[in-house]
Design a protein around this ligand. Sequence first.
Ligand SMILES: Cc1cc2nc3c(=O)[nH]c(=O)nc-3n(C[C@H](O)[C@H](O)[C@H](O)COP(=O)(O)OP(=O)(O)OC[C@H]3O[C@@H](n4cnc5c(N)ncnc54)[C@H](O)[C@@H]3O)c2cc1C
Length: 455
Amino acid sequence: MKASIVLYTSDLRLHDHPPLRAAAREAEKVVPLFVRDPGIEKAGFLAPNRAAFLADCLGDLDAGLRERGGRLVVREGDPVRVVRELVGSTGAERVHVAAGLSAYARSRADRLRAALEEAGAQLVEHEAVITALPPGEVVPGGKDHFAVFTPYHRQWATQRLRDPLGAPRQVSVPSHVRSDEVPRRADVPGVSPALAEGGEREGRARLAAWCRGGVGRYEDLHDDLAADGTSRLSPYLHFGALSAAECVRRARTTGGAGADAFVRQLCWRDFHHQVLAARPAVAHEDYRPRGDRWRTGRAAEREAAAWREGRTGYPVVDAAMRQLAHEGWMHNRGRLLAASFLTKTLYLDWRLGAAHFLDLLVDGDLANNQMNWQWVAGTGTDTRPGRVLNPLTQARKYDPRGDYVRRWVPELRGVEGRAVHEPWKLGPGAYEGYPAPLVDLAEGRDRFRAARERG
Ligand SMILES: Cc1cc2nc3c(=O)[nH]c(=O)nc-3n(C[C@H](O)[C@H](O)[C@H](O)COP(=O)(O)OP(=O)(O)OC[C@H]3O[C@@H](n4cnc5c(N)ncnc54)[C@H](O)[C@@H]3O)c2cc1C
């Protein structure tokens, strides 16, 4: 075959990439294509941190392709129009793409299929590679998705995952195909100061280091806020710079309790994806409505703003929110308590919190963000929707020495030990510039419980 096109979407890698492998095998020339789609940019999916990380991923993909004799072709516009044009100019007979999971991706594939048929070419849609196991692969009898994690995990864990593919050795791109400039992180304004570096190479180096070391201590350290003992692989997985299936396979060969605990988290990722794939509306609607009438009005707005700024007066919540602003990433335990504080203690709509997280999270995606927010808010798949996380108890348990708070809340750096979690108990002058608690925890909890009982 003369030429094939590989359309990259959220799978920005060379390794374990079935569309690239298939194209490189069947055709003399391959066009590895990434289309900057104004539709996606307009919908707000490319907040600055993710735009910067994406630029890193594209730059790295281009570099990896160049090492193999090729290059990345970047274009801007409607992907269907761009692909059609390239089919015309290269004579490509096939366009390879990995199946997307979102409604947008599905409609893009339908439009592409129709347009290619007209042009006498064929769309080859490979299985979804965003998750380790594609949504719909395991389902309970008579239903289209699992609504509870534990039975999903039980079945998921018994499935054989496909063998990860190596990267192709050689990719030859038709010389006459022009490309726009590959985007650069330096051109993206408003990026968090300590945003991680993106790209497949960086992701693979982190995965290798993680499997050699970190994962062994994951079970013990994953909830310890100050230890930073999680993999931090989420953004690489989000952009597909790493293959989830490969992460599972490599962690499993590492073995040990830490690997099991880590793989279980990757299963959570697949779980949320299969819920959203089956119920796309729950990106914005309650999965299990509880009759909430979330607080609105001036006080509610003021409290939401204090939460966003990391000025709630509860140090562990504020530390987590400030980590988010600084790194574009937040520790999972921090995400849980910041989200519980907003939705339950302050009784504010989970959508407010989810939107703020999506503005900043480098790994922010609809499935994991919205479904985790709903899980915490008790409108999602949590089987104990009424639980309220107490930030003080949580802080004592998961930041027992107070180091996480001191790292992120400079106003409290002079306070020693766990006293840092209750600054209001220290005399005046022991700390300066740090706000008083926004709300009494017991009052917040009772308000939430009363609302849910009424609902
Ligand atoms: C309110 C809230 C919002 C969240 N928003 C997102 C989001 O937008 N994108 C996102 O990837 N994760 C989200 N998470 C899940 C989780 O917090 C992050 O995946 C994790 O903190 C990423 O850090 P890590 O890579 O070090 O994770 P590790 O602990 O090393 O876990 C390994 C991988 O498993 C997956 N994972 C871990 N925990 C979860 C989980 N609870 N749900 C789904 N996948 C998980 C991630 O891909 C992660 O990279 C959210 C959690 C909460 C409570």
